[in-house]
Design a protein around this ligand. Sequence first.
Ligand code: SAH
Ligand code: SF4
Length: 360
Amino acid sequence: MPPTCLLEYTRTGLAELLAGMGEPKAFRAAQLMEWIWKHRATDFSRMTNLAPALREKLAAQCCLRPLQVVEVSQSTNGSDTRKFLSRMQDGHLVESVIIPAAVGRGGAHSGRMTLCVSSQVGCAFGCKFCASGLLGFTRNLTASEILGQILAAEEVAGERIDNLVFMGMGEPLANIDNLLRALEVIMDPHALNIGARHITVSTSGNVPGLQRLAEFGKPLRLAVSLHGACDEVRDQIMPVNKKWPLAKLIPALREWNRTGKHMITLEYILIQGVNNSMEQAKLLIGVARGLNAKVNLIPYNTVEGLPWVRPTERDCRAFCQALVDARIPVTLRYEKGHDINAACGQLRLRRVAENGGSGQ
Ligand code: SAH
Ligand code: SF4
């Protein structure tokens, strides 16, 4: 049996785990919590205020790091974005992207260190334009593996991560149980203490997952990978739309708006000849208006082996202008290169960080 990873426990959970190991004293859980999160301990032998027998028991049955960084690649386009690959205990690889705070005018720092987190190995949703979808689905990440990416990123960056975007490999809402478990620890003041408004969850439109996330009741930020403003276009590139077409997705988003605190962001990749006509712009305006949402336009990032093409810069700007004219809050950003083949959403991630890490 693989060792129990301690990362995914809140203080109450740790207390129960310790009680099961014959250590019923609640303050031990608080001590352990401090070692894990305040000191970011990687080794039980450092936990000097715990009895040696307990440390030995913990070391034999539990682990503190569920993944090991095996490769770090630095962007060569002049940005500080870094992608790293980690190996999990079963040998599968997962990737994460560190996006440092943008340095604004006059050297001002927006102050946030963002991590793009993966939620699954591969993805079952099979969007036709996406590198993660191409590889098919292998498995869900555990809550510990989600949390382990954050600690690994801090070790790589030498800085604390304080902003998260679930925009890496996988569909986070298709792994909702582990996502919620990880979020508990991420937001726990005794653990990572990252506030809900600094966490963005991106979904391609998993309706039951959205409902669960809304019930979770925290003011998280929500990004929706729309990529088409009518079923005809979405059906062509996103098989998920057959299961949850716009007639199901939009009411779920309206419901989110009723309970959520932030504007939804609609992500919209611009793909030549697929979704970048002026008719689509008009439909998108209607959807964004109906949901009081912002729109992020992302010129398609070419994936080797896939036929999709990025529209010309002029066409992207014209599409964007149509939304501006309709007074829809919209952003469009160009990137210099595709040198880090991040999970998916690399281009947008960069922009998220530059926008002050809000994910909006
Ligand atoms: N599965 C979730 C979370 C992954 S986020 C989702 O789809 O929302 C990854 C984002 O990057 C999604 O918006 C996805 O549509 C986008 N993306 C995937 N491939 C891309 C590409 N080649 N160029 C630009 N964006 C891409
Ligand atoms: Fe999965 Fe999102 Fe890629 Fe679609 S875009 S295949 S949902 S990771």
